[in-house]
Design a binder for this molecule. Sequence first.
Ligand code: PLP
Length: 400
Amino acid sequence: MIHINSNFLQLKPSYLFTEIVNRTRAYEQSHPESKVLRLGVGDVRGPLVPVVIEALHGAVDDLATVERFHGYGLEEGPQWLRQRVADFDYAPLGITLQADEVFISDGAGSDLGNLTDILDLGNRVAITDPVYPAYFDTNIMAGRTIDLLPCTPENDFCPALPEQTPDLIYLCSPNNPTGTAMTRSQLKMWVDFAREVHALIIFDGAYEAFIQSADVPHSIYEIDGAQECAIEVRSFSKTAGFTGVRCGYTVVPHALFGYSNTGERVELNPLWHRRVCTKYNGTSYIAERAGEAVLTDEGRRQNMERIAEYHHNADIIRSGLQQIGMQVYGGIDSPYIWTRTPGGMSSWQYFDHLLQTAQVVCTPGVGFGSQGEGFVRFSAFGLTSVAEQAIQRLQNSITL
Ligand code: PLP
């Protein structure tokens, strides 16, 4: 008789985005004349930038020839791309990585979930709240004990060190959903702590390209000693609009060690390599070539133009909300603006209120954890004209 993994029964239903779609659709059906503006979604806008399109075409043309055809590649990614990541993304930050410390992936989402395969189920996990749901859910699926670390305006969205010593810590900076980012000293506090208690940090840098503040590190490895305690996960999804293309990478430094049941110190990099080679068959060659194009001066220039548009939208949303007296966080080093709901409304009450009074869709903060209750998230990934209209409507709905 086949038995299921009963941990799956412990998962809370993931209804956030379905519920947003359902409520929005119901409103549109009962108000067919309305033009609803969506500031909820965390997906990028197309099109991809020209250098990426050119690389994609080039890769397809390669596959059309006998000489340049690519079948199975290396599961961990080709040397040329692993080296390019080390040289282009890390060397300029003063970080020295060997190519074999970089694992090419199909985006951050899969590796964030899969990394825990190499870690014992008995590890105690510390996760920030509110949070990108994948860290929480994957550890629930595995049956690990989780301690939530509240991230609130009161602690500047940088959680206090936990009372219970964790073995595994998830940090996301710049953060989804709060849109805030950890400063050098905040991140150093966590790196020092992790080293002291021999914990592992999984650092999610999916929004690194949005960092503007000088005191926000682009990589956790900018902090001394982080290569001894942290895995960094990055993605081209938000950097270069690859949410549909699928390419990213995970850095597992050779300096990282864990302990076996018999107390032996074991290097994590070969364990992850073994896991990748067993359960993954490599990123698509086409996506890898596109990723390579992102890691060029021209690729960066073109993508940063798009990110500048998102920053501009975030400025419009931030300042517009501030003008109507809302308490606003994030939106500087991130495409997300996190706002306290007015008048003590719950996240969903304010969602409904905005939909009905301004025909604007946001994301209820409670969908990211209990500490998100009483907040909503606005996304700057849409068109500038949509951000402008939405703010205008919010301002009108307040003054009416
Ligand atoms: N990490 C964070 C914080 C995210 O917000 C997302 C997607 O929204 C991801 C990881 C996953 O990104 P992808 O799998 O597209 O690389």
